[in-house]
Design a protein around this ligand. Structure first.
Ligand code: NAD
Length: 286
């Protein structure tokens, strides 16, 4: 079985980006800027945000952190977003989810200028993705597609089964696979006989949030398995797939950790540079 090494692939992407950003900075007189908003003190979110800021620093993206207390009001969050939308030095706005209770995350996300929506969650970007138009694509699904491409895994004409239908992973990854000409099924919590569905797949994408949900008997020998799940257990971080059991069944598979997680962060950097290119081309800095 081939291990699809997201950690190494993400490191390569960061290296390439660092070179590009160096040139862009010289040509346009400023570096790409990312605003990172964290509301409240969720420990997992704090780790994610720290990792994202560290990755920005490594490639030469200027990140500006906004740490807000859990009791911040909806209006205050929206006011900061409005200010960042108007700031010509900011190319991307990342609002770390989930938000504390009492805040309407969808409303906040919809306040972000779609050209700065580096998480690709704004309805404009999701809509454009659905239409097959250029857009900022959400980071985890785009990271999955980049990893498949890196390993020359062509999805065209293949049967892909996505397990999970969330707006941040399942739905957009299904759309991206469709765009890449796979034949796509989406399974979810109400799917009957899920093992039979998964057994049809040449490519399995697991985004369920249940440790070891996908077992060896559910997967066709030779299938490619992408494990998006990140589950904190007493045994540490585990994915949605039984990696040990699948090693002798799958032809290629992502580990957890070290698979999709690092690709997600790399894609955030890619998206920020993409947004920057659009902004400088529009002469936003003029
Ligand atoms: P979610 O809870 O929003 O969605 C889970 C999906 O799984 C739902 O659509 C649901 O229908 C489906 N599901 C739940 N129980 C099921 C069952 N018994 N059978 C079939 N389907 C079932 O989660 P999410 O935000 O899409 O994340 C999924 C997993 O991916 C989580 O473990 C999360 O931590 C992880 N994740 C990882 C990254 C990364 O960077 N690697 C990014 C985002 C999410």
């Amino acid at each position: 079985m081939r291990k699809l090494d997201g950690k190494a692939t993400a490191a390569l992407i960061r290296q390439e980006l660092a070179g590009q950003i160096e040139v862009l900075r010289k040509n346009h007189g400023r570096e790409p800027g990312l605003a990172v908003m964290l509301v409240g003190d969720d420990p997992a979110s704090q780790v994610y945000v720290r990792n994202k800021e560290r990755a920005c620093a490594e490639v030469g993206i200027r990140s500006e952190g906004f740490r807000l207390p859990a009791d911040v009001t909806q209006e205050e969050v929206e006011a900061i977003i409005a200010r960042l939308n108007a700031d010509p030095g900011i190319d991307g706005i990342l609002l770390q989810l989930p938000l504390p209770r009492g805040l309407d995350s969808q409303r906040c996300l919809e306040r972000i200028d779609p050209s700065k929506d580096v998480d690709g969650f704004h309805p404009v970007n999701m809509g454009r993705l659905t239409l097959g138009l250029p857009c900022l694509r959400s980071c985890t699904p785009a990271g999955v597609m980049a990893l498949l491409a890196k390993y020359d895994i062509d999805v065209a004409g293949k049967k892909a089964v996505v397990i999970g239908r969330s707006n941040i992973v399942g739905k957009p990854v299904a759309l991206m696979l469709l765009q890449a000409n796979a034949t796509v099924s989406i399974c979810h919590s109400r799917t009957a006989h899920i093992a039979n569905e998964v057994r049809n797949a040449d490519i399995v994408i697991a985004a369920v949030g249940i440790p070891h949900f996908v077992t060896a008997d559910m997967v066709r020998p030779g299938a490619v398995v992408i494990d998006v799940g990140i589950n904190r257990t007493d045994q540490g971080l585990v994915g949605d797939c039984d990696y040990a059991g699948l090693e002798s069944v799958a032809s290629a598979m992502t580990p957890v950790p070290g698979g999709v997680g690092p690709m997600t962060i790399a894609q955030l950097l890619v998206n920020t540079v993409e947004a920057y290119r659009v902004h400088v081309a529009q002469g936003q800095d003029a």
